[in-house]
Design a protein around this ligand. Structure first.
Ligand SMILES: [Zn+2]
Length: 349
């Protein structure tokens, strides 16, 4: 960490309005919105702005001592509460708990209750020049019931001068009593023009296709572009073309291809394809794969809406358990078989 977290271009205006009411600022905020729109970055930039000693229009100045501490990653009044695995992905060395075992454990994907209990001593320390103390917690769904209850206890008797910023994709998956203790700040999906400008500045080529594949979420679009060869994978193009064609296509070779991919990657693609087919079946515009629109329209017109819906739900279930298929070959073949059956023309009586 060597840079001051800054708001993304589409966040600045909302951030200024929100941070300018800081005299009557709530002590706990739930920042929520779709994955891949920059919620974590918003929360960290907000923390920097709240800690800044001479904010300009509500936002961090970048030059005061507090801003320099935040940029250096060592402001005493800022805490990030996130799973060890996330900290490690951010490039932070995670302290090893040597008291338990000498065996190297994989870092936790949960926010542990100990992390919340450890805040007690922090609350009892005076803040730098009597300013704010800011805790940024992400993702909120990484708290199990015990951790969530520990946080709830804190929020029921909030420590002075302390602001909690919780980041979540979907508030309805969090402990309701916890959500009710927070003011909500919904973060919108940015305007496509702003997203495209940002992606182009980030040197993402075919930005419009990646943005579509990410459902309009620019950070997700960039992540997809870094981990995939094409916004619409070759196998998916071939599959869709085959499913829209009159001849029964042989899915065997395609199943062999996707067997080599991570299951969640190809199931994600199929899920998006089915969203598009169902949109087309309702005469709405396709969202994820505009390049395949004509084939998608053909499938939508020929297939049974019920079979499509059933298979879309089945894909959602598979996505949840996709980590470890017992037999990858069997799984890919049966999944594509199922997809092909759902997309087949309804037989006329
Ligand atoms: Zn500053």
């Amino acid at each position: 960490m060597s840079a001051l977290p800054d708001f993304l271009p589409w966040q600045r205006e909302l951030a200024q309005q929100w941070l300018n009411q800081r005299e009557r600022f709530a002590h706990a905020w739930l920042l929520h919105g779709l994955p891949g729109i920059g919620k974590k970055q918003f929360a960290l930039a907000a923390a920097a702005s709240l800690l800044c000693e001479q904010p300009a229009n509500g936002l961090a100045c970048g030059t005061c001592p507090a801003c320099l501490w935040v940029a250096g990653g060592n402001h005493p009044d800022l805490r990030r509460i996130r799973p060890d695995a996330v900290a490690q992905e951010e490039g932070v060395a995670v302290e090893e708990d040597t008291s338990v075992s000498t065996v190297k454990k994989t870092p936790s994907r949960d926010i542990r209750v100990e992390q919340l209990r450890a805040l007690g001593s922090w609350f009892n320390t005076a803040t730098h020049r009597g300013g704010w103390r800011v805790a940024v917690l992400y993702p909120a769904r990484a708290m199990n019931m015990i951790a969530a209850n520990a946080l709830l206890k804190v929020l029921e008797e909030p420590p002075e001068h302390t602001v909690f910023l919780l980041v979540a994709d979907a508030p309805d998956r969090l402990l309701p009593t916890l959500v009710s203790r927070c003011r909500r700040l919904p973060l919108p999906v940015p305007d496509p023009a702003q997203s495209l400008a940002w992606l182009q500045a980030e040197q993402v080529s075919r930005a419009d296709e990646w943005l579509a594949a990410a459902g309009g979420a620019p950070l997700l679009a960039k992540a997809l572009s870094l981990s995939n060869d094409s916004p619409c994978p070759d196998w998916l193009q071939q599959l869709t073309k085959g499913l829209a064609g009159s001849a029964t296509s042989d899915i065997g070779p395609l199943a062999d291809q996707i067997e080599k991919l991570a299951p969640d990657a190809w199931i994600d693609s199929l899920q998006r394809l089915f969203v598009d087919i169902l949109l087309a079946a309702s005469e709405a515009q396709v969202r994820y794969y505009p390049a395949l629109e004509s084939h998608i329209n053909t499938i939508a017109a020929q297939a049974s809406r019920q079979h499509l819906g059933d298979t879309a739900r089945w894909l959602t279930q598979q996505r949840r358990i996709a980590g470890h298929p017992l037999n990858a070959k069997l799984f890919t073949h049966s999944a594509l078989q199922r997809v092909a059956l759902a997309c087949n023309p309804v037989r006329q009586p």
